[in-house]
Design a protein around this ligand. Structure first.
Ligand SMILES: [Zn+2]
Length: 171
């Protein structure tokens, strides 16, 4: 199985200045995400969402507020026949020193092993150093969702159409 490990905030949906996406009015899917994921799914990529959500479940960021835009996102994907194998969220703070905060691999290690993920054909896509390092830690490639280049990435773009084209060309 080849997999795209997708960051959420700032990669699939707009990241507001305040950081937390805890209401529906802060929710905006980014351009060309839908058509790009449809194309990549069509050539056999399985989709995994993996996102750090520090403080999820605390008074400042209650789960009930998180799940409203998250459910809306998944509904839009489903309505467009885009299916995620799994969605993974780390709720911890850096000082918790957990094993699941990206770039650590705790959230997805089990999935990779039990599904025989072909890491050499797989990518992480994200807008942070932690997404680049996650790729390194699991042995796959990274696409940096940014106009800036990154030494740890095989490709960078802030345009999902270009990212889809890149992956399609590599397959
Ligand atoms: Zn964690």
């Amino acid at each position: 199985m080849k997999v795209l490990f997708l960051d959420r905030d700032g990669t699939l949906i707009h990241e507001p200045d305040g950081g937390y996406i805890d209401s529906i009015d802060k929710f905006n899917i980014l351009p060309h995400v839908i058509t790009s994921l449809q194309k990549l799914q069509f050539i056999g990529y399985k989709l995994i969402m993996i996102s750090n959500q520090p403080g999820l479940g605390t008074a400042k960021f209650p789960y009930e507020n998180f799940i409203v835009p998250q459910n809306e996102l998944m509904k839009i994907f489903k309505d467009n026949k885009i299916f995620f194998e799994k969605t993974y969220f780390c709720p911890h703070f850096r000082e918790n020193n957990c094993s699941c905060m990206k770039p650590r691999t705790g959230l997805i290690e089990g999935f990779i092993k039990s599904n025989n993920v072909e890491v050499e054909k797989s990518y992480t896509v994200g807008d942070r150093d932690s997404d680049v390092l996650l790729a390194k830690n699991i042995g796959c490639k990274n696409i940096f969702f940014s106009n800036k280049t990154h030494t740890g990435s095989v490709f960078n773009s802030h345009d999902w159409s270009a990212i889809a084209d890149y992956i399609l060309n590599e397959n």
